[in-house]
Structure formats: structure tokens, C-alpha cells
Design a protein around this ligand. Structure first.
Ligand SMILES: Cc1ncc(COP(=O)(O)O)c(C=O)c1O
Length: 435
């Protein structure tokens, strides 16, 4: 576009020019230039789950539920789909029931707010916990980290503290040290974002002892934990690792969930469990209720039609998130196994020097460490010469810690594409990833 500008970018919010966005734009542009390349880049749900969603039958099911169990007249139940709805949500009772049955989270519907995806839940939680943009309160995140949370912090001008993350999740000693440092500077870490069950992009999973230690640390240091559970559903069922919120005895955890993976992402339905008590003059309310008030100033309410479809899906699956997510979890676990087996087969015995492959037990992502920078120039070579795409891990990082790492996602591909893609990737790594 050319001509006389009306506005200058430097007068607008800088989040729109974040360097990470430039990298995402480049990645999309490379994908469009090499349509034949096999792409391990998208972390999107598999397309097979977007077929055969009968939205009419699902909303009918939800309307019946409103009439049978929530005391709506048939007319009011129908209208509830099309009118503005309660800011806090329409399906809180179903979500509360499912979280209780499946994840051991005991939450009252008043302690839940239904949001436009997990993204809005994260944004509202940050807005509420960090009332002053650019203030003294810091937000701790893993490095590398999901771009949705760094983006939300950037949009709200909240200063971020990157923490090391290993195979067992956040480095708790690092977190404790950063809390101390902040205190010495007259500041504090107010909250910490954590994805204990298969972080994106790191693929880390926290053992039970580390979960307890993190909760103890939060209590000692007076911080809140913002738990993102987007990938927990891919864990083997009943493997004995409860999410942080199920272990939270002191209301330290704001638990954020999404229906993007267990349902479908276009619904844009997520939720926050925020049972913290907020004193407001003589009155107390839950943090979820507080977030719902903020929501009236952003999206007003989560579209009732979308909530009704998700409510219908929960009702169809015995009011269980586990049952709803089961076929997807099976597909993603199979895909991850295929990916790891193909990496063993094609790279396995004579792994080129300086290359290591991480072996996560779930989630969508596998990290590979290289002896050379995994940058956009190398990605271009990978696409042009070898027909395979991946994501530079540096895109998710605020430091240079991840400059020599790439991320493979297994969610969007079929097993034969995974096999073919890894063959190409192995040839690429042997030829190009040489120090
Ligand atoms: C870590 C993480 N959290 C949340 C989400 C989903 O967010 P939403 O519900 O806004 O689509 C994703 C999706 O990629 C994710 O990777």
C-alpha cells in the first residue's frame, strides 16, 4: 500500500509490531511458497475432527437441557441462544460438573467464567491481576513460552520475567531466585504462568513432587499461578498426575482451559476457574465474577450459540471432558508415537553430532536441539531444498536460549505424512545442520 499515511505506526500500540509476529508472518509466507512441503509447523487440531459436527443437533440438545434441568421455558431456552447472555457464561454448570468428574477440580459455577477461548481468559486474568500497565509487578513465564500469553502480557504492557524450563517443567529454583531479586529491587512477581501438562512449545511435564513444590513456593512467595491446561487431555488416562488446581488448597491457582482441542477451535470457547475471594467494600465475590465484570467491557459475553454447541458436546459425552477428548487424545498419542518412531528410524542410531531429540510423553510438540542456529534462513533451505517445514523455537522465546532449537508439531498430519516428512527432515539435518 502506498500514498499519504493517516497514522504512524509509532503512535499506535507496539504489540502489533512485535518481532515474533514478523516471524509468524514469514513462516506463513514460506508455507504458501512451498505448498508441496510437509509442514510440522501448525499446532492446529487435526482436520478430521472438524467434520460431522452437527451444530443444530447439539444446540437442540443444550436447549432441552435448559428446559429439563435449569427451569427455562421452551421459549426462553430457544431465545437464550440468540440474545445477549450472562457475562459469566451459560454452560458454567456443565463445565463445573465435568471438571469435578474428570479432573478433581471442585468448583462452583460462580467460580467459573466462560470466555472467548483460553486467550480471553488469560487476557482478563492478567488485566485484573496487573491493574497498572507498566507497573512494578512482574509476570513470570517459562522460556520458551506459548505466544498467546507473551502476546497478552505485551498488549497490556506487563513486564515479563523469563524462567528456565527443563523436561520436568519450570525451574523452581530459578523462580525462587527471581522472586528474591524482584523483592530486593522493591518489586514483586505477582503471578506465574505455567502449563504443567505438556507445555507449548517445550513439551515439559511436571512430576507430582514438582507440582506440590510449586504450590508451596506460590504460598511462600505470595504469588498466583495461572495454569494453562490446553494439552492435559493427551496424557494417559488415570496416570495419577492431577492438575495444579486439583491440588490447590490455598486458592493460589487460576486454572485456564479451552475447548479448542477437545472440541473445536472455531467455537472459541474456553474458561477460567478463579475461586479466589475478592473483598469489595462490605461485599465478597469470586475472582471469576470480577473477571466477568471486565468481560462486559471487552466481549460482553461469549456467544451463546457457541456455548450451546459446546454444552451439547458435553451432554453428548456424558458431561465428561475426558470422554469428549478421548478420540482426539488417541489420535494425538498415536501421531506422537509415529513421530518419535520415525525419528528413531531415520535419525536413530547414527544421530548427527550435536543433534538431540526430546521425547515428550504427550502434547503436540517435539523439540530438536541442533549444533547450528535454527533460524529463518535455515528454514528457507529446509523448505526449498528438502520440502519440509518446522518452527524455529526462537519464535517463542524472549532470550537467546532457544536459538538452536526447532519445534515439530504432530497434530495436523497423518501417519504417512509424518513418515515422509521425517525422512525429508533427516536428510535435511544430515546435510544442513552441521556445525
Ligand atoms: C498453550 C495453549 N493454550 C491455549 C491454547 C488455545 O487457546 P484458545 O482457546 O484461545 O484457542 C493453545 C492453542 O494453541 C495453546 O497452545
Amino acid at each position: 500500500m502506498t500514498g499519504t499515511p493517516d497514522l504512524l505506526a509509532e503512535d499506535l500500540h507496539g504489540a502489533a509490531r512485535d518481532p515474533a509476529l514478523g516471524a509468524i508472518g514469514f513462516l506463513n509466507e514460506v508455507m504458501s511458497r512451498y505448498p508441496e512441503a510437509i509442514s510440522f509447523a501448525p499446532g492446529a487440531p487435526h482436520p478430521e475432527f472438524m467434520r460431522d459436527i452437527d451444530t443444530r443437533a447439539l444446540t437442540d440438545r443444550f436447549v432441552d437441557h435448559l428446559v429439563a434441568e435449569r427451569g427455562f421455558t421452551p421459549d426462553a431456552a430457544q431465545r437464550a441462544l440468540y440474545e445477549y447472555g450472562p457475562a459469566q457464561g451459560l454452560i458454567n454448570d456443565l463445565v463445573a460438573e465435568a471438571l469435578g468428574t474428570d479432573q478433581g477440580i471442585r468448583a462452583d459455577p460462580r467460580e467459573i467464567v466462560i470466555t472467548v477461548g483460553a486467550q480471553e481468559a488469560l487476557l482478563l486474568a492478567l488485566r485484573s491481576l496487573y491493574p497498572r500497565s507498566g507497573g512494578d509487578d512482574l509476570f513470570a513465564i517459562a522460556d520458551p513460552c506459548y505466544a498467546g500469553i507473551t502476546g497478552a502480557a505485551r498488549l497490556l504492557d506487563i513486564p515479563v520475567v523469563p524462567l528456565r524450563e527443563g523436561e520436568s517443567g519450570l525451574d523452581l529454583d530459578h523462580l525462587a531466585a527471581r522472586c528474591r531479586e524482584a523483592r530486593e529491587q522493591g518489586r514483586r512477581i505477582r503471578a506465574c504462568y505455567v502449563a504443567p501438562d505438556f507445555s507449548n512449545p517445550g513439551g515439559a511435564r511436571m512430576p507430582l513432587a514438582a507440582r506440590h513444590a510449586l504450590l508451596d513456593l506460590a504460598e511462600r512467595e505470595d504469588l498466583l499461578l495461572v495454569e494453562d491446561n490446553a494439552y492435559g487431555f493427551t496424557a494417559p488416562e488415570d496416570d495419577g498426575l492431577p492438575c495444579l488446581k486439583a491440588l490447590d488448597r490455598h486458592r493460589r491457582v487460576v486454572h485456564v482451559g479451552t475447548f479448542a482441542k477437545v472440541g473445536f477451535p472455531g467455537a472459541r470457547v474456553g474458561y477460567a476457574v478463579a475461586d479466589q475471594r475478592v473483598q469489595n467494600g462490605a461485599e465478597q465475590r469470586t475472582l471469576a465474577e470480577e473477571l466477568a465484570v471486565l468481560k462486559t467491557m471487552t466481549t460482553v459475553n461469549t456467544p451463546p450459540l457457541a456455548q450451546a454447541v459446546i454444552g451439547g458436546l458435553l451432554l453428548e459425552h456424558g458431561r465428561s471432558l475426558t470422554a469428549l477428548g478421548r478420540p482426539k487424545a488417541q489420535r494425538y498419542r498415536r501421531n506422537l508415537d509415529h513421530l518419535l518412531e520415525a525419528l528413531d528410524k531415520h535419525l536413530g542410531d547414527d544421530l548427527p553430532p550435536g543433534i538431540t531429540v526430546q521425547r515428550p510423553a504427550g502434547g503436540f510438540f517435539v523439540r530438536i536441539d541442533l549444533p547450528v542456529p535454527a533460524d529463518l534462513a535455515l528454514l528457507e533451505v529446509s523448505a526449498a531444498e528438502h520440502g519440509v517445514l518446522w518452527t524455529p523455537m526462537s519464535q517463542f522465546s524472549l532470550t537467546d536460549r532457544c536459538d538452536r532449537q526447532l519445534r515439530l508439531s504432530c497434530s495436523y498430519l497423518d501417519p504417512d505424512q509424518i513418515e515422509q516428512g521425517v525422512k525429508r527432515l533427516a536428510a535435511f539435518l544430515r546435510e544442513e545442520a552441521v556445525a
